[in-house]
Ligand binder design. Structure first.
Ligand SMILES: Cc1cc2nc3c(=O)[nH]c(=O)nc-3n(C[C@H](O)[C@H](O)[C@H](O)COP(=O)(O)OP(=O)(O)OC[C@H]3O[C@@H](n4cnc5c(N)ncnc54)[C@H](O)[C@@H]3O)c2cc1C
Length: 451
């Protein structure tokens, strides 16, 4: 009996939602993730002070991936451990879904500045990974060296999180030098409140604030997801953006330098020691750089948070800085009938809600328009749709693109390969047991502050 079998790469918000939607349609999926745990940006991006949100989202992923129709395979990176062409041609999946997120930092447009990564320059993705995990005793990642007075390039919500993290860490250190022990959870609620409770003014601490450098006006920052189509909506959005920044500055003391772009680097010896900034004029979407306005800003630390894009995977067509997808056709990857992309992997940005909604809508459309029940005559299935969409079968055949399920022997062989990969990773198929074995120690547990 032929049955569909779907491969999903990436098991976080969008990938887990896809597996869950398929399971609701009685379709089996295999979810591969490069990491031991499939939590993606929830674990490694969302700053660790969001412990409640993180736990809630991870529980939701656990529930979805524990479904009996979902086979989870940890520690398999598409493009490294297995190759796209091999999965496409030799594995016998009906379709392949890419829910691999956006893990590459957009590069700073200054020639050779990346030579200074780790020498005064960090990018946001590794920075947040370090921030979330450095407290773990077995942490083996790169250690970031934090100094005050950093320059953060950005403007979006993630760059404000970077500024918050830098201020929390530098103030925490300054307080520790005065014999005051404050954890990141109290400091994240409000550095201003913590200092007030200790009767210390921020200026007395001797901490130089970090500065967020943004190319447009504060009221243009991409901080508000609401509509901006009418003048009233735009005015509301601009007010909200200014309020978000004002609130964050009053709690965390970082500075903002709007209307500046980075045009060059300042280097001393083998280290990045600052940035050359140029002033800009901007109005809505238009931006003009002001000739002759360049000046140097010196710093020991630059953190770039100017957005993330998907990582290129050999064999998957690329357009600009994202996968080449046909958005009208269920985010199908150009040139392939049965490869689709979802979540951050398509947009390169967004939030949990958007990633989940995108994963859900793509998978529902996929199962309605492409994954027909192989046991029932296709025309009979389309006849059911005739009334709902007001077309006739010939029109429907044009619109729907039935994908062939693998032959039963090929499907069983694929599931055997999946089992072998699970064994290789040390995973026995019990998802919750695996989560318990691999879940990192939580800072709030170490501090005895379990919420
Ligand atoms: C600093 C920061 C703060 C944020 N704060 C918020 C917030 O407060 N609220 C909010 O709603 N959202 C927030 N977000 C955004 C939110 O976390 C993401 O939009 C969402 O989690 C993305 O989900 P996803 O499933 O699309 O992608 P990801 O979470 O990126 O998942 C992709 C998965 O694919 C796996 N993967 C990647 N490449 C491969 C490969 N080649 N082979 C196999 N597996 C692979 C990864 O390990 C990962 O598990 C924040 C993000 C950041 C960076």
């Amino acid at each position: 009996m032929a049955q569909h079998l779907i491969a999903i790469f990436g098991g976080a918000v969008s990938g887990a939602e896809a597996a869950w939607q398929l399971a609701q349609a009685n379709i089996t999926s295999v979810v591969f993730d490069q990491n031991a745990l499939p939590y993606g940006k929830i674990e490694d991006g969302l700053p660790k002070w969001h412990a409640k949100l993180r736990d809630k989202e991870e529980e939701a992923i656990n529930e979805k991936l524990s479904h009996p129709l979902v086979h989870f395979v940890p520690k398999i990176k598409l493009g490294e451990d297995i190759h796209f062409e091999e999965v496409l041609n030799n594995w016998g999946f009906t379709a392949i879904l890419l829910a691999t997120g956006a893990w590459m930092d957009r590069p700073i447009a200054v020639p050779d500045i990346d030579n200074y990564i780790g020498k005064g320059l960090y990018y946001q993705n590794p920075f947040m990974y370090w921030f979330n995990h450095y407290h773990e005793s077995g942490f083996e990642g790169e250690t970031m060296h934090i100094t005050d007075g950093a320059l953060v390039i950005g403007g979006g919500l993630a760059s404000i999180d970077v500024c918050k993290a830098l201020m929390i860490l530098t103030v925490q250190k300054a307080l520790a030098e005065r014999g005051i022990d404050e954890d990141i959870f109290s400091l994240e609620r409000s550095i201003a409140k913590v200092l007030e409770n200790h009767g210390i003014a921020f200026e007395e601490l001797g901490v130089k604030p970090c500065t967020l450098v943004y190319r447009r006006r504060i009221k243009d920052m991409p901080l508000y997801p609401g509509p901006t189509d009418t003048p009233e909506e735009l005015e509301k959005a601009e007010r909200v953006r200014e309020k978000i920044v004002e609130n964050a500055q009053s709690k965390y003391f970082f500075e903002v330098l709007p209307n500046h772009v980075v045009v060059d680097k300042v280097v001393e010896g083998d280290r990045l020691k600052g940035l050359v900034l140029r002033k800009t004029k901007s109005e809505g979407k238009s931006l003009t750089e002001i000739p002759g306005s360049d000046y140097q800003m010196h710093t020991d630390l630059v953190v770039s948070s100017i957005g993330s894009v998907p990582e290129e995977i050999p064999g998957i067509p690329w357009k600009g800085s994202v996968y080449n997808v046909n958005e009208c056709e269920c985010c199908r990857i150009q040139g392939y009938d049965n490869v689709f992309a979802l979540g951050n992997a398509v947009t390169g940005r967004g939030n949990i809600k958007e990633s989940m909604a995108h994963g859900r809508s793509i998978t529902q459309t996929l199962s309605e328009n492409y994954l027909f029940d192989p046991e029932t005559n296709l025309k009979d299935q389309l006849r059911e749709k005739e009334a709902t969409v007001g077309g006739n079968i010939d029109v429907l055949l044009e619109r729907f693109h039935p994908l062939e399920p693998p032959r039963e022997t090929s499907r069983l062989a694929t599931l055997k390969k999946v089992e072998a990969l699970q064994k290789l990773a040390g995973y026995n198929g019990n998802f919750m047991e695996w989560v318990e074995q691999n879940r990192p120690v939580r800072l709030e547990e170490m501090l005895g502050k379990i919420h």
